[in-house]
Write a protein that binds this ligand. Structure first.
Ligand code: NAP
Length: 274
C-alpha cells in the first residue's frame, strides 16, 4: 500500500500550524539524543530499541548485565547507540552516567528513567538496608538523573523526561512496602518536576505499566495461583509484553506530546479501570 502523504493545510491559524508537518512526523525522534536506564533487559531494552527506531541516538544503561547487546541490536538496525554501566544504588552513579552520555552525544534530549528494583519482605521485618537500596534505585536516582539532565534541557529550551512508574504508584501491594513507597514517590516527583519545568519547555511524564511479562515478574508468572488471579483481574485477559509499552514511550518522548506534562499514562490492559 502506498504511504499516505501528510495533509497540507493552506489556511491555518497560529494555534494549529504545527499540524502542517503531518501527524506521524510529530512522533519522529530524528536528531534527538536519549538516555534509557535499565536498558539491558525487559521494558528498558524494548524502549531503547523503539526510541532508536523512531530516530533517536540512544545511550543504553545497564547494571549487572551490560546493555551492550541492546546497543548492538540498535546498531544492527542502522541506528546509533552506546552502552554504559552504573550501579544506581550508589549516589555517585547518576552523575557519572550523565557525564558519560554527554561525552558521547554532547547533550541529552530525552531521559527515560526505567531502571528499578523490587525486594520482597514482610513489612514488619523489612531490613532498613533493603529499604534504602530500593528507594535509592527507584526514586532518588530518578531525581538525581532528572536534575542533572534538566540543566542542559533548560539551557536548550526543552526536553522530555519519561519515568517508569507502576500500578503500585496507586496501590499498596503486599510484602513490597519499599517498592510501593518508591513508585508512589515517582508519580509525585513526576508531577512536581513537571510543574517546575513546564515553562522551560520540558515535559515530565510517567508510564505506569500493569503486569508485564519480564524477569521482574517471573516469580508471579511461575506461581500458578497468583498467575490465575492476575489474569482474572486484567480486563485484557493477558500479561503485557514489553512491546506494549513502546508506543507510549515514543509518544511521551516526541513532539506529539508537547502539551502533556505531569501525566501518568497507565499501560495496564485496563487493570486500574476495573
Ligand atoms: P527488569 O528486566 O528486571 O529490569 C529492571 C532494570 O533495572 C534492569 O535492567 C536492572 O539492571 C535495572 N536495575 C536494577 N537494579 C539496578 C541498580 N542497582 N542500578 C542500576 N540498574 C538497576 O524488569 P522490568 O519489568 O523490565 O522493569 C523495568 C521497570 O518497569 C522498573 O522500574 C519496574 O519497576 C517497572 N515496572 C515493571 C512492571 C512489570 O510488570 N514488569 C510493572 C510495573 C513497573 P540489572 O538487572 O543489570 O541490575
Amino acid at each position: 500500500m502506498r504511504e499516505r502523504q501528510p495533509l497540507q493545510f493552506r489556511n491555518m491559524s497560529d494555534a494549529t500550524q504545527h499540524t502542517n508537518i503531518g501527524i506521524l512526523q510529530r512522533f519522529r525522534l530524528h536528531g534527538k539524543r536519549a538516555l534509557v536506564t535499565g536498558a539491558a533487559t525487559g521494558l528498558g531494552a524494548a524502549i531503547a530499541i523503539a526510541l532508536a527506531e523512531a530516530g533517536a541516538s540512544v545511550a543504553c544503561h545497564g547494571n549487572r548485565r551490560a546493555a551492550e547487546q541492546t546497543a548492538e541490536t540498535i546498531r544492527s538496525k542502522g541506528g546509533e547507540a552506546v552502552a554504559f554501566s552504573a550501579d544506581l544504588s550508589h549516589t555517585a552513579s547518576p552523575e557519572a552516567l550523565v557525564n558519560h552520555t554527554l561525552e558521547a552525544f554532547g547533550g541529552i534530549d530525552i531521559l527515560v528513567n526505567n531502571a528499578g528494583t523490587i525486594i520482597r519482605h514482610e513489612a514488619a521485618e523489612y531490613p532498613l538496608e533493603d529499604w534504602m537500596t530500593v528507594l535509592q534505585v527507584n526514586l532518588t536516582s530518578v531525581f538525581q538523573l532528572s536534575q542533572l539532565v534538566a540543566k542542559g534541557m533548560i539551557e536548550r529550551g526543552g526536553g522530555k523526561i519519561v519515568n517508569i512508574a507502576s500500578l503500585l504508584s496507586f496501590q499498596g501491594g503486599i510484602r513490597v512496602p519499599a517498592y510501593a513507597a518508591s513508585k508512589g514517590g515517582v508519580a509525585q516527583l513526576t508531577k512536581a518536576l513537571a510543574n517546575e519545568w513546564a515553562s522551560k519547555g520540558i515535559q515530565v511524564n510517567a508510564i505506569a505499566p500493569g503486569y508485564m511479562r519480564t524477569e521482574n515478574t517471573s516469580a508471579l508468572q511461575a506461581d500458578e495461583t497468583r498467575n490465575r488471579q492476575i489474569l482474572e483481574r486484567i480486563p485484557a485477559a493477558r500479561w503485557g509484553e514489553a512491546d506494549d509499552l513502546t508506543g507510549a514511550a515514543v509518544f511521551l518522548s516526541s513532539p506529539a506530546s508537547d502539551y502533556i506534562t505531569g501525566a501518568i499514562l497507565n499501560v495496564d490492559g485496563g487493570w486500574l479501570a476495573r
